[in-house]
Structure formats: C-alpha cells, structure tokens
Design a protein around this ligand. Structure first.
Ligand SMILES: Nc1ncnc2c1ncn2[C@@H]1O[C@H](COP(=O)(O)OP(=O)(O)OP(=O)(O)O)[C@@H](O)[C@H]1O
Ligand SMILES: [Mg+2]
Length: 383
C-alpha cells in the first residue's frame, strides 16, 4: 500500500490491495466520503456501534450489500493524521485469520475514515459486560476458542509480521467476533512499527488502565511483554466474567488480579469461574488457563512468556505449567482516579480524555522512572 492518502471526494478508486478478514482474502479499496455517508445514513446516531479513543464507529451497508463498520476519527490535528497513516500502513501489511484486516479507507482534507468488515457478534466486551451479557452465548468452548484465536493473532503481530508490531491496546472491545465466534483482534491505531533489533520504546502512555502492564502504565516502557500482560488480564476476564477493574460499593476500585490472587493461592480455582457458565467448564483447561494468565501478568516483565510460548501452552505443546501464585497489581491512586472503564456513569468529559484515551493528560516522562535511579532493580509489586 502506498503511503500517499487519496482524497475522499474523488469518485475514482486510486489504490487497492488485499487484506484478510475472517480468514478470507478480501479486496480493500479507497471509499468516497459520499459512499460512506450514504452507507451509514449520514453517520446517524442510530447506526453508531460505539465510541473509542480515536472516534466513533458506525454500522453501514454499501450499495452492493456489504455490511461494514466505519471508524470516523475525531480529531484532525496533525498527530491524528499521522496515527491514521500508521494504522492504514499497518493494516495493509497484516494478514491473518485472527486479525481484523482493512476493508478500505477514506482520507480527505478534514476527514479520516477506516472501513472494516462488520462483525455480527460485535466485541467480546459486548458478550462479557455489554448488550449480550444477559444472553450467556459464551459457553466454555467458545471462550477457549476466543482465547486461542486471539493469542494466535497476537503471536502473528509479535513474531511473524516484519517489522514486528506491538498492539498496545489489547482489551475485550478490541477482540471482535465473527458469525462463528472466531475472534479477530482489531485496532492497530496504537501500534507502532518496531524497527528490527529494538525491543523497547518509551512513549506516551496510552490504553485502558486495567489491561496496562505496570511498567507501561507508570514509566511508558513498551515491549511485546506489555501485550502479554494485557493478554493475561484478558484471559482472567474471559474465564471469570469480571471487569479488569471493578468499582466496589463505596467507590473503592479493585483490579481483577487483586480479586483473583487469594482464590488462586488457596487453590479455589472453581470459585474463579464465571457463574454464568453454571458449572459447565473443563477443570483441566481452567487450571491451565489460570496458570498461563498468572505467567502473563507477572510484574517482572522479563519473566513473562512470549506469545509463541503462550500459544504452545494453550495448545498443550509445552508441558503443563505448575500451579503458580498470581502477582496482584494495584495501580497508584493517581492512575486509578483516571480509570473510566469501571465508572458506569463516568462524568469525565471527552475533551479531558482526549484522543489518547484515559492517559491523554499523562506524559510518561513526568512519572518517576525507577529504572533510571535504581538501575536494573525489580519494581515494587504495589505501584
Ligand atoms: N468491525 C466491527 N464490527 C462490529 N463492531 C465493531 C467493529 N469495530 C469496532 N466495533 C465496536 O465499536 C465500538 C467502538 O470501537 P472503537 O475501536 O472506536 O473503541 P474501543 O475498542 O472501545 O476503544 P479503542 O479506541 O481503544 O479501540 C466498540 O464497542 C467496538 O467493539
Ligand atoms: Mg477498538
């Protein structure tokens, strides 16, 4: 895919290529603004699927009957344009059955839109905590399929795309589900292409608090192992049906690891399982999944497994892991107060949260970096 962005208003299809979505090779192309405007009924509120850090997503139907999801990016400052160019470039390279590929895009003077295939079962979030949560469609088998598929999508980003891609925003709303509940990891808007040989990048902290690796949340240290941490949180969420951060009566916030740690320590694995499963789960798979999650969420990032190892463990290629303790992480109160996901009726206004999500106002370099002061000393469990 070329890096020059075509103009939305042009009726002419200037560039095209192939991307993979849901396991099929599907052509991508440039859409005109007019076409997307018509497909989404003028970006009507009724067609809105949701809103994320970068803008709103609308359901639509093209004149040839294709159901699409159109992400309309909100801020058109130069940074947003850059982010858009990055995402388009990244999506153009990515081809895997568990990654949501590009269907097309539209770029004009003041508009940036990305077009994906519409995923009829929406996101994992909608099944765990959203509009489908009451329907209990996610049985154990489906959950395990979602776990393995999303791990494979992530493995592809980390180990098979060149240069490697760190997703940086692994979370339930970014795992979309096709009609067979096959998971497709979406949204590479935060991803940066990693030059070969570079394993860390210090950058502005972005993302959603509950999934953020402590070293990333506090000091902006980015590496593949940040995604591994987020994946571990996702595993716990899929198995337990709990949110990464819960707001308890009285307003205190608790992370999922804080909740799970004592149960795991006491070996009370069955108490961890989502009650919606009504006891229908495979106990061996449960213990193995919890153990893998425990490996992934270790505070010491160099001890976390790679996604290749995670997939090996999930498929049973690697020997079963020994039951291990889970490291619970508590973010500092300053970070906890920025968390929006656990606030049902969050009154943080959009300008404050900005296009960068909950950490819009947080510059990583303003946070004390223990690596600088203490050299290689391990970080404290309690942040
Ligand atoms: N292709 C798609 N098919 C169906 N639903 C989608 C599709 N793409 C996005 N969505 C849903 O639209 C909503 C908004 O998505 P968006 O990516 O903007 O926000 P998010 O995933 O909550 O946060 P982030 O900006 O960090 O990715 C989410 O609930 C998402 O699951
Ligand atoms: Mg998203």
């Amino acid at each position: 895919m070329g890096s020059s962005l075509g103009c939305c208003d042009s009726e002419k299809v200037e560039e095209a290529g192939f991307a993979v979505g849901g396991g099929n090779s599907t052509p991508w192309r440039i859409f005109t603004y007019k076409e997307l405007h018509a497909a989404t009924n003028g970006f009507s509120e009724d067609y809105k699927l949701g809103e994320g850090g970068f803008g709103s997503v609308y359901w639509g139907k093209t004149s040839d009957g294709l159901q699409i999801a159109v992400k309309k990016l909100k801020s058109m400052n130069s940074k947003a344009e850059m982010e858009f160019a990055v995402e388009v470039e990244v999506l153009g390279r990515v081809r895997h059955k568990n990654l949501l590929g590009l269907r097309g895009y539209c770029a004009g003077d003041d508009q940036r839109l990305i077009v994906y295939d519409y995923m009829p079962n929406l996101s994992l979030l909608s099944h765990l905590h959203g509009q489908f949560a009451g329907e209990s469609q996610l049985d154990w088998k489906k959950r395990m399929k979602i776990v393995l598929g999303s791990a494979e999508g992530l493995l592809y980003l980390h180990h098979e795309v060149s240069p490697h891609i760190i997703h940086r925003d692994i979370k339930a709303s970014n795992v979309l589900l096709d009609s067979n509940f096959e998971p497709l990891v979406a949204d590479f808007g935060f991803a940066k292409l990693i030059p070969e040989g570079v394993s860390h990048m210090t950058t502005r902290v972005k993302g959603t608090l509950g999934y953020l690796a402590p070293e990333y949340a506090m000091w902006g240290k980015v590496s593949e192992s940040c995604d591994v941490y987020s994946f571990g949180i996702l595993l716990l969420e899929i198995v337990t049906g709990r949110k990464p951060i819960e707001k308890l009566p009285g307003g205190v916030k608790r992370t999922i690891t804080e909740w799970a740690e004592p149960l795991i320590t006491k070996g009370r694995f069955k108490n961890l399982v989502d009650p919606k499963l009504r006891g229908n789960f495979d106990e061996n798979q449960l213990i193995q999944t919890i153990n893998i999650a425990a490996l992934c969420v270790q505070s010491e990032f160099e001890k976390r497994p790679t996604m290749k190892e995670v997939v090996g463990l999930l498929k049973g290629y690697e020997p079963k892991t020994k039951p291990m303790r889970l490291n619970s992480v508590r973010y500092g109160e300053d970070l906890m107060s920025l968390d929006q996901a656990s606030d049902e009726n969050s009154d943080i206004n959009e300008d404050e949260s900005s296009v960068y999500g909950v950490f819009g106002a947080l510059e990583s370099q303003k946070i004390h970096d223990p690596y600088k002061r203490y050299g290689d000393r391990r970080m404290n469990r309690n942040l």
